[in-house]
Design a protein. Sequence first.
Length: 276
Amino acid sequence: MEVKIVTMTPEWASSILASQNNQNRSVRPNAVKKIAAAILSGDWKVTHQGIAIGANGQLLDGQHRLNAIVAAGTPVDIFLTTNCDPSSFDVLDCGVNRTAADALCLSGASLAAKSAAGLKYYLLYKRDSDRVWTNIDLPPHTEILKTYIEKRALVDHAASIAQQAYQGDRIINQSAMVTFQLLAIDQGWHFAGENFCALLGNPVMQPQYSPVLAYHKLLKNSTSVDRRYLQQRSLASMIKCFNYWVQDLPLRVFKQPQISPMPQVIKAFPNQTTKA
């Protein structure tokens, strides 16, 4: 085998795909879009994963990377391995893909899984709050990791609060709660958002017709909960409940809000940021 770093142009990638790609599985469009997005955002990096060409001239590995280079219309540096044993094709891509949670764990996140999921939906909310989050491009792992590094202290604390709320009452969606806390902080509700999440996990001493009690009652009655797009619905419900709670608005019966578009967290005024 011969291994070297090359500058793969869209034209070269297109040529390989057209003439040397007769053995591969079907292309997954979302995988191509995710890699192309990384290329266009400048997040592409040279790694051990590259392009493999067999001794018979056929492409063995890397068709999604090649398609992404074509889609992005941008040349990138990449490892090219040629003269590979064609029989190695049978064992390529049999491993487990690294997840965003894996990347956060390597960066020191103690609650990596819920933090990664919370950040994924935080980024989706910022980008696609007017849509249902199905059959759309998910944020790439690099973007999730970058956002975690930028907001590390906030995300770690939000994940800890979500875990405590879940331990208080195991009906809380933890990753949606992480997302909610980040959105609340963006709107100026740092301590109020945290206090609200604590109450969701343990709704004690709440007045009659408290929106927290109304939402909690809905969660307890699982047959009343619409579980389609559950993560998005959970986040939308937390935002609605918080907006009622922070304004001291009564609510007898909680109904799940629409998710397209998503509700917005109301913006805090200076004298409203620390509601207990």
